[in-house]
Design a binder for this molecule. Structure first.
Ligand code: CP
Length: 307
């Protein structure tokens, strides 16, 4: 039963519950008109304390396409946060005005705190360098739809694995599917945090390796998950400038990859995927962003109990 629940961590829902959401998303994709009034009278609050294009707009688009309405902010300085209001108090108030909340916050754990004080479901729309569970739903639905499976794959995760919350969430979620191998491709300074290796990969006996050069492994991959170097999480600009172009996928590198490999990216991209890759049939990142809206429609419909 998903009605009334919050989504803070990708492991909050069982595999079966995730499947329920994906099945509904697939039905919505096939017949969006059938779902265009199911959330009439419902309101989504988007509380974005950090910049966003895809996540906020896909949540808002999703609610509007379900027939509901949207309120919220994307500039916290225009709200009483600037006067010192706590997350606990903000969410208590928003609970009186809306039926469901999507929250993005630079502090790890902020959406969890909000869910503890909320009367309505809270969805973590990204908390610092920690987790981004709705991006994970997006990534899983994209792989399931395009590759036709979530098991038996070699998945390369490339770029900023230290601060990239989408990678942390995706590894957690993939740990529940059988016989996947994860190849972690990053410079030393941006390696995946130890807790992800110890508590997720090793605890679940997931085969993984860490490498520095994408050219050494690209021919083995079924999925290449590219990420941006997260400028906003660096303490000094010099390190960011030194590391920002560590990996750039272009036509030349892609010529070494399998014909049916897919390239995903949570976006935004900076330099890590050359524009000449966009027209390659393996480039699935724009389609992925579209799946993000459909999966958020399904998620909110389930949490509000309207489908
Ligand atoms: N993928 C993602 O979270 O994009 P935004 O930061 O634009 O929301």
């Amino acid at each position: 039963m998903l009605k009334g629940r919050s989504l803070i961590d990708p492991m909050d829902f069982t595999k079966e519950e995730l499947e329920e959401i994906f099945e509904l998303a697939e039905k919505i994709i096939e017949n969006p008109k059938e779902y265009s009034h199911v959330a009439e009278g419902k309101i989504l609050a988007t509380l974005f304390y950090e910049p966003s294009t895809r996540t906020r707009l896909s949540f808002e688009g999703a609610m509007l396409r379900l027939g509901g309405e949207v309120l919220g902010f994307s500039e916290p300085n225009s709200t009483s946060v600037s006067k010192g209001e706590t997350i606990a108090d903000t969410i208590r108030i928003v609970s009186c005005y809306a039926d469901i909340v999507a929250m993005r916050h630079p502090k790890e754990g902020a959406p969890k705190v909000a869910s503890m004080y909320s009367k309505i479901p809270v969805i973590n729309a990204g908390d610092g360098g920690h987790q981004h569970p709705t991006q994970t739903l997006t990534d899983l639905l994209t792989m399931k739809t395009i590759k036709g499976k979530l098991s038996n794959m070699t998945i390369g995760m490339c770029g900023d694995l230290k601060f990239g919350r989408t990678v942390h969430s995706l590894i957690k979620a993939m740990s529940r599917y059988k016989n996947n191998k994860i190849i972690l491709i990053s410079p030393d300074e941006l390696k995946i945090p130890e807790y992800i290796k110890k508590e997720i990969l090793e605890k679940n006996n997931i085969e993984y390796e860490e490498v520095k050069r994408i050219e050494d492994v690209i021919d083995k991959l079924d999925v290449l998950y590219m990420t941006r170097v997260q400028k906003e999480r660096f303490f000094n600009e010099e390190d960011y400038i030194r590391l920002k172009d560590s990996y750039i996928i272009d036509k030349n590198k892609l010529s070494m990859a399998k014909d049916d490999m897919i390239i995903l990216h949570p976006l935004p991209r900076v330099n890590e995927i050359a524009y000449d890759v966009d027209n390659d049939k393996r480039a699935c990142y724009f389609k992925q962003a579209q799946y993000g809206m459909y999966v958020r429609m399904a998620l909110m419909a389930k949490l509000m109990g309207v489908c």
